[in-house]
Design a protein around this ligand. Structure first.
Ligand code: SAH
Length: 221
């Protein structure tokens, strides 16, 4: 039998969660992205990495941006395509691993990330950052919304209501979700300019706990 790679386990995990209702899939855009758009920070063409079922991407498409969204879970991409059709919005959704973004063969003015970076392993993050550099134009900006170390390790008993399949998820898997500012700075030290890292809130259906995060604005030099 083929040995299962860590990446396959993550993909299986996400695929199974999308057969139900993932706690992050709130059915509307994250308020941090609404605020960025209203403040005029999101410019031009947009790529949403790890777009899930596409709420952030579709919101930006509705505001007139040319938008592509990619995710490695076919079920999520199918849901995003169905929503785009129902809402009569033009957005391109593709199944793709973010570690292979360079195969898109084009660049975007802006890249958005809501909850993707923090789900990558420490080995995957530098590969992702190299791929990101291939799809963002010089001077273009990557906005990243991720969990921070201020977020408590989730309570397993609440989580299993949302994610029956998360038994595969171990406490150490949660640890990598809790990204520090130092980790963000380290990941983007070569060829990038960090404009800001702000405290932010991620909206989720996770019970009473607030989910603390960082909102980063990072431009390619
Ligand atoms: N941005 C969405 C989903 C956040 S959850 C939202 O805000 O609702 C993180 C997403 O990243 C999941 O949809 C998961 O399938 C996707 N993902 C994780 N690792 C990935 C990878 N290596 N390549 C592509 N997508 C990935």
């Amino acid at each position: 039998m083929r040995e299962q790679k860590e990446e396959d386990i993550t993909m299986d995990f996400f695929e199974s969660v999308y057969h139900g209702e993932p706690p992050w899939d709130i059915g509307r855009p994250q308020k941090e992205y609404i605020q960025l758009e209203q403040a005029g920070e999101i410019v031009g063409s947009v790529l949403d990495v790890g777009c899930g079922t596409g709420e952030n991407a579709l919101y930006l498409a509705a505001q007139g941006h040319e938008v592509w969204g990619i995710d490695f879970v076919p079920t999520a991409i199918q849901k995003a395509q169905e929503k785009a059709a129902q809402r009569h919005l033009a957005a391109t959704f593709l199944v793709l691993n973010v570690l292979e973004l360079h195969t898109l063969g084009r660049t975007f003015d802006t890249v958005i990330d809501s909850g993707l970076f923090h789900s990558l392993s420490h080995e995957e993050r530098p590969i992702f950052v190299d791929n990101l550099a291939a799809v963002i134009r010089r001077g273009g900006t990557y906005f990243m919304l991720c969990f921070s170390e201020l977020t408590p390790v989730p309570d397993f008993s609440t989580l299993k209501d949302f994610m029956p399949d998360f038994s595969e998820f171990k406490p150490e898997d949660y640890e990598r979700l809790r990204v520090t500012q130092a980790e963000i700075k380290e990941s983007f030290q070569d060829g990038w300019r960090i404009n800001y890292i702000k405290q932010a809130t991620l909206e989720a259906r996770l019970g009473p706990n607030e989910v603390y995060g960082w909102l980063s604005s990072i431009s390619k030099e």
